[in-house]
Design a protein around this ligand. Structure first.
Ligand code: PXP
Length: 243
């Protein structure tokens, strides 16, 4: 399976981080989402964290109303988040691990060890026609666990890849490529994300089975210097060049 058009999901969480620093309504993540869509994003990703440190419930309400491209809701496997997802029925939901004290989503979900906890979340989201994905490490045991859970999509955590260099990065890239091939062979659509930048996106975008990348922090940081339209377009271009 080769996914020809590699989709770009733009994560707008950190527009909300800047807004919340002053507690008002500027800059507005919905405006950023609309601009990202105009610049070529295929979807918008937002993580409603338990502590609401960036995206708020009101943002999810307004994104659900305003967006003309698919919304991918990143959520922890909790009853509260499941209720919110079932109320809004976004196009997609990505289940992520969440620890209150972490700076960002630091590792993948333990889909293998967490099977019994995760199974009802996957089932209920699927029953509501929400495309469920599990954010996992590029590890065959995790892909097999996702398969047992009936998840149609997995997103591989590229954080380790992004932070390593040289031979270690090459090894991690091979793990991601192998895990993507294993997922696709088993009928699971592989995605990837976390820590991707102009400099490191190419080799990930070149993995033929990967159908979607979710990218946020770098795009928003770069937007400070060049504007969001330019940063999204440049990322899109680099993804297409690698394909
Ligand atoms: N994918 C998932 C599941 C994430 O949790 C995040 C970070 O919220 C991203 C992608 C985007 O990562 P980054 O902001 O580093 O591009």
């Amino acid at each position: 399976m080769t996914a020809h058009h590699l989709r770009l999901g733009v994560n707008i969480d950190h527009v909300a981080t800047i807004r919340n620093a002053r507690g008002g309504d500027h800059p507005d993540p919905v405006r950023a989402a609309e601009q990202a869509a105009d610049a070529g994003a295929d979807g918008i990703t937002a993580h409603l964290r338990e502590d609401r440190r960036h995206i708020t419930d009101g943002d999810i309400d307004r994104l659900s109303e305003a967006l003309t491209i698919p919304l991918n809701l990143e959520m922890a496997a909790t009853d509260e988040m499941l209720d919110i997802a079932l109320r809004h029925t976004p196009h997609a939901a990505c289940i992520v691990p969440e620890k209150r004290e972490e700076r960002t989503t630091e590792g993948g979900l333990d889909a293998a060890g967490g099977h019994n906890h995760l199974a009802p979340f996957v089932r209920e989201l699927k029953n509501a026609n929400i495309r469920v994905s599990l954010f996992i490490e590029p590890d065959p045991a995790q892909v097999e666990a996702a398969l047992r859970l009936g998840a149609p999509v997995v997103e591989f955590h590229t954080g380790r890849y992004a932070h390593l260099d040289g031979e270690e990065r090459a090894t991690e890239l091979r793990r991601i490529a192998d895990a993507a091939a294993l997922a696709a062979k088993n009928g699971i659509e592989p995605h990837a994300g976390h820590g991707l930048t102009y400099d490191n996106v190419g080799p990930i975008a070149a993995i033929p089975q990967i159908a979607e990348l979710n990218i946020g922090h770098f795009l928003m940081g770069e937007a400070i210097f060049t504007g969001l339209e330019t940063s999204v377009k440049r990322m899109r271009e680099l993804m297409d060049l690698a394909r």
